[in-house]
Design a protein around this ligand. Structure first.
Ligand code: ATP
Ligand code: MG
Length: 146
């Protein structure tokens, strides 16, 4: 298996951190490129845009996502991956990840079994489950040891 392009979806959880560590190892071993992606999404309110200042919330959300990602990308570079890029996208996480994997010819997706928002007892978080189901490439799901 060639691992030229590895995609690591990041929700800024400890699970995603473990997944990124594995992705870093694989990228280093195969001299591959590591791409980080975070999907952010605003719930749609029924009362129209102005009432809740949605455009500003949207902008803030994106800025926070980009800031967070650039920090994680910095860590991946410091850990020895030469080529790291990061991308924040507006959308539903599993769909953003699968689309990106298809459009960018990703060889492997490395992600956590769970994330920030889920119930512990579920075998896989819903984002992980949908990516495993729909991804155009192999998916490695990482469960932290503890
Ligand atoms: N918004 C997101 N953007 C990018 N990657 C994400 C996002 N949400 C989750 N992920 C990825 O999916 C992995 C599994 O998270 P997931 O959201 O499926 O589990 P959960 O939060 O425990 O459960 P759920 O979200 O279904 O309530 C995370 O470790 C991360 O790699
Ligand atoms: Mg989640």
């Amino acid at each position: 298996m060639r691992l030229e392009r590895i995609l690591c979806p990041i929700d800024f959880s400890d699970y995603a951190r473990e997944a990124m560590k594995a992705a870093i190892d694989l990228a280093r071993q195969g001299n591959g490129e590591l791409r980080l992606v975070h999907a952010y999404h605003l719930p749609a309110f029924a009362y129209g845009e102005g009432a809740f200042g949605l455009p500003e919330m949207h902008l803030r959300l994106r800025e926070a996502a980009e800031q967070g990602l650039s920090q994680w990308a910095k860590e991946a570079r410091a850990a020895g991956v030469a080529r790291v890029s990061a991308f924040a996208a507006d959308g539903v996480a599993w769909d953003v990840v699968c689309r990106l994997a298809k459009d960018e010819g990703i060889d492997l997706i490395v992600m956590g079994t769970h994330g920030r928002t889920g119930l512990r007892h579920a075998l896989l978080g819903s984002v992980a489950e949908k990516v495993v189901r729909h991804a155009p490439c192999p998916v490695l799901v990482i469960r932290p040891k503890a």
